[in-house]
Design a protein. Structure first.
Length: 235
C-alpha cells in the first residue's frame, strides 16, 4: 500500500497543455476512481504518475518525489495497466505473467504468487500456453491485471478496465477490486467512464473536467448528488 499525492500538476503533449493545476490524493489502501468525460485528461494523469508524460508540479509516493522515468517508477512499486489492456498478444499467458515479475529476485515468492493468481483466475491456468491474443476481452483484462500483480506493486493504476467489455464482465472486474486491494495490499487508482459501477466499489472519487479537478470527495458523496451526477457524469 502507498499514498499517492499530486500537487499542482501541469502536463501535456508538446504545446498542448492537458492537465491544469491538478491536485489529488489517493490514500493508503484506498480505491480511488478518476472520472470524467472523453478527453478530460484521465489517461494523461496516470501517464504523468508513471513517468510517461512530462509534467511540472509534484507527484509524491509516500511523501517522496516519484522519478520521471517509467522503469524507475515501476521499481518503486507502481504498476500501470494501460487503456487497451497491456498484454503482449503474441506471447503465451504464462510468458505474460513471468514478464510481470522481471524485476523481482525472490523466485520462490514469484512462484507462490503465480499459484495464487492461477487460483484467483482459473482461466489463466487453463490457457497457460495459449497466446494472449487469443483470449476474450475479459480474459485479457484479467491477464493484464494479473501481470501487473506479478510485480508485487504497492500502487495499481488501472486505465478503463471496462473498455470494450460486456457489462457483466465489467462488473466482475470491478467486484474483484476490493478483494485484490485487501489480499495484495494495494492502493488502487482506477480510471473509469462507467461512473455508477466505479462509485459502487471505490472509497473516493475525483472528477476531472477539461484537465482540471472539478470535484473530489468520498464515493458516497459524489454518488449521492443528483445534480453533480447530471452535470459531470452524464447520468
Ligand atoms: N499523445 C498525445 N499527443 C497529443 N495529444 C494527446 C495525446 N494523448 C492525448 N492527447 C490529448 O490530451 C487530451 C486528454 O487526453 P486523455 O487521453 O488524457 O483523456 P482521457 O480522459 O483519458 O479520455 P478517454 O476517456 O477518451 O480515454 C485530449 O484532448 C487528447 O486529444
Ligand atoms: Mg483515457
Amino acid at each position: 500500500m502507498s499514498t499517492l499525492e499530486l500537487h499542482g500538476v501541469h502536463a501535456g503533449y508538446g504545446k498542448a497543455q492537458v492537465l491544469h493545476d491538478v491536485s489529488l490524493r489517493v490514500g493508503d489502501g484506498s480505491i480511488t476512481t478518476l472520472l470524467g468525460a472523453n478527453g478530460a485528461g484521465k489517461t494523461t494523469t496516470l501517464r504523468a504518475v508513471s513517468g510517461l508524460v512530462r509534467f511540472t508540479g509534484q507527484i509524491l509516493l509516500d511523501g517522496r518525489q516519484v522519478p520521471a522515468a517509467p522503469d524507475a517508477v515501476a521499481r518503486l512499486g507502481v504498476a500501470h495497466v494501460p487503456q487497451g489492456r497491456g498484454t503482449i498478444g503474441r506471447l503465451s499467458v504464462d510468458d505474460n505473467l513471468h514478464a510481470g515479475a522481471l524485476l523481482r529476485r525472490d523466485r520462490a515468492q514469484v512462484r507462490a504468487d503465480l499459484r495464487r493468481l492461477r487460483e484467483l483466475f482459473p482461466v489463466l491456468a487453463e490457457r497457460a500456453r495459449s497466446q494472449a491474443a487469443g483470449l476474450s476481452g475479459g480474459e485479457q483484462q484479467m491477464l493484464a491485471i494479473a501481470r501487473a500483480l506479478m510485480g508485487r506493486p504497492s500502487l495499481l493504476l488501472l486505465d478503463e478496465p471496462s473498455l470494450g467489455l460486456a457489462p457483466l464482465v465489467t462488473k466482475e472486474v470491478f467486484v474483484l477490486l476490493p478483494r485484490l486491494r485487501d489480499e495484495w495490499a494495494l492502493t488502487v487508482l482506477v480510471v473509469e467512464q462507467n461512473a455508477d459501477l466505479a462509485l459502487r466499489v471505490a472509497d473516493h472519487a475525483v472528477v476531472l473536467e477539461s484537465g482540471r479537478v472539478a470535484l473530489a470527495g468520498t464515493a458516497a458523496e459524489i454518488a449521492g448528488h443528483d445534480e453533480i451526477r447530471r452535470a459531470y457524469l452524464g447520468n
